[in-house]
Design a protein around this ligand. Sequence first.
Ligand code: NAD
Length: 453
Amino acid sequence: MIASYSPQQPKDLVVEVAETTPEQVRTAFETARAAQPGWGNGPAAARATALAAAADAVAGAADELADLVVREVGKPLGEARGEVARSVAILRYYAQQVFDPVGAVHEPSAQGLLFTRRRALGVAGLITPWNFPLAIPLWKAAPALAFGNTVVLKPAPEATACALRLAELIGPFLPEGALSVVPGDAETGQAVVENADVVSFTGSTAAGRAVARAATERGVPVQAEMGGQNPAVVLPDADLKSAAAQIAAAAMGFAGQKCTATKRVIVVGDPAPFREALVAAVEAMKCGDPADAETTVGPVISEEARNRITSVAKDAVAAGGRVLTGGADAERDGWFVGPTVVEGVPDRHTLACDEVFGPICLLQTAADLDEAVTLANAVPHGLAAALYTSDLASSLEAAARLEAGLVKVNAPTSGVDFYLPFGGEKASSLGAREQGKAAQEFYTSTHTITIAP
Ligand code: NAD
């Protein structure tokens, strides 16, 4: 069985469903494959109308969906509402992308007319994490559907109820079987990869690489968006108070459980003034019940996650580090960890090198921008990076040198604009970018057509 429990009320069973067997996954793909030609070859306007209607249905259920996100994954209400609004925007955006050109006409050859045309790939297999339980399924499903594919979605077990509710809301506007949800864990995910014509994955680096290997072995296109170990570099000429507030929110908001959360803060020059500002900003954040609109730091997803984060904090101290704030379980029911800032750990410590998916970040120092960029780049991941400065030349240098798919200047590492390409460098991503116009390229294939008179 797949059961998801509320992280703030661990006895609250949100949903319990049977795990989808590999045989049932195969059937879901057969049904989706049968639905694909009618959907993909039908008029573009019909797909636009369906996606716009789906957007309206999600908007109409906004409060209910936000409450479900709060309950199932512990996302603070303000962010949960933002995720619902973003989900609606994604559906509306791709409802319009349907009308984008799908090819180009070229000068004729000696043989005749030459043109290109993009066509859908078939059935997209989508495997998603729990931390954006509506937006990530939709930023994959909406473009896949818009460009004529049908979809089978394997959500994270911890976010099963959100995925099922989403499909219930959207399903009525699509042909039977065009979007189905197959609840399950890694084994169900593997069955999805074995049946899909194109695979889009978001989650941890280890799982993403396994998915990419299996899809490549079958010869189907795959994209994998994975973890981050995102740095924020603070130069002495930055507005320290504003930088501290932004970095605190990017590191600790939703208990640091975003792939783009700030995990390392690299201060150039004397760290004392910024250290003080950061600790004050973190301590000013409201932790607690995610259903309270004032809360910005809720629980982490599970007991296992809580134990890992607190054990990394203890280990940091054992390795010579200093906890500036937080470091322990918060004393209340549910999987709460106090927002934690640590400094002074060795370069090879987990906090310096690996993604710890929780409200914990490391403060580091560098003598100048050059050393800060070197430190920022000295990790396997490369998803997002931020620089805080008032100097244009430093901004341009960082934009050119930081090894990250998203570079922000005077803006937090967290936060993604759905109409721009999204993805990382190095261990953070494999394959084509997601979202924006990049999605059309991933979910379709270009055919080069010659028509002789
Ligand atoms: P996870 O890797 O544990 O699971 C992600 C999904 O993959 C789940 O649906 C899971 O059941 C499935 N899965 C796991 N192993 C599999 C396998 N071998 N074959 C097929 N499917 C498999 O990740 P999670 O805990 O749900 O999410 C947190 C992680 O996701 C973090 O590392 C975070 O950085 C990352 N993330 C990345 C992005 C991004 O866009 N880069 C966005 C959000 C989250």
